[in-house]
Design a binder for this molecule. Structure first.
Ligand code: IMP
Ligand code: MG
Length: 173
């Protein structure tokens, strides 16, 4: 299938934004014990860049969630296919996600992590698509606000394609 797509955020724009986010997070969490929790697969590239720009010491861990539905939209039913291995009790957790859409995935993850009594949970998403929000989720750190459209690149996929493109593209219908 050939998909038409156009650049929405260039790699230069993304890089600057990620640097800025890292600066803010570094300021907010100075002197704290920080754990970055990346949500696989989408967050792997964003998290790699963010982690390298952070000025505070931190550890990294990953989780992976599966939601059953049409593929483009989350359904209500989520399972954990890979859990984090770090003990987060008393630590400052920053969840790193590629995109928050309905918020169902993030609401599920936050609730799950809260049970492990971290000192705090902050949410950092590269892209915040608020229009279709169903769960009450507010990200603490947002790279870009997006009104509509399906996007790929810089970790984001369409059916596992396009994750490794350096820019972010919007799929044209
Ligand atoms: P939700 O917030 O639970 O609806 O789901 C968020 C997840 O859906 C993200 O982590 C992505 O995997 C996927 N997703 C939502 N919108 C997009 C998009 O525009 N491009 C690629 N993946 C998307
Ligand atoms: Mg994802």
């Amino acid at each position: 299938m050939v998909l038409r797509k156009k650049v929405l955020y260039s790699k230069e724009v993304i890089d600057q934004r990620v640097k800025d986010l890292a600066d803010v997070i570094s300021r907010d969490l100075e002197g704290k014990e920080v754990v970055l929790v990346g949500v696989l697969n989408g967050a792997f590239i964003f998290m790699a860049d963010l982690a390298r720009y952070l000025k505070v010491p931190h550890s990294v861990d990953f989780t992976r969630l599966a939601s059953y539905g049409s593929g483009l939209v989350s359904s209500g039913s989520i399972t954990v296919t890979k859990d984090i291995e770090t003990d987060i009790e008393g630590k400052e957790v920053v969840v790193v996600e590629d995109i928050i859409d309905t918020g169902i995935t993030m609401a599920f993850l936050r609730e799950r992590l809260e049970k492990r009594r971290p000192a705090s949970i902050r949410i950092c998403t590269l892209i915040d698509k608020k229009q279709r929000r169903e769960a009450s989720i507010d990200a603490d750190y947002v790279g870009f606000d997006l009104d509509e459209g399906f996007i790929v690149g810089y970790g984001l996929d369409f059916d596992e394609r396009f994750r490794c493109l350096p820019d972010v593209y919007v799929i044209e219908e």
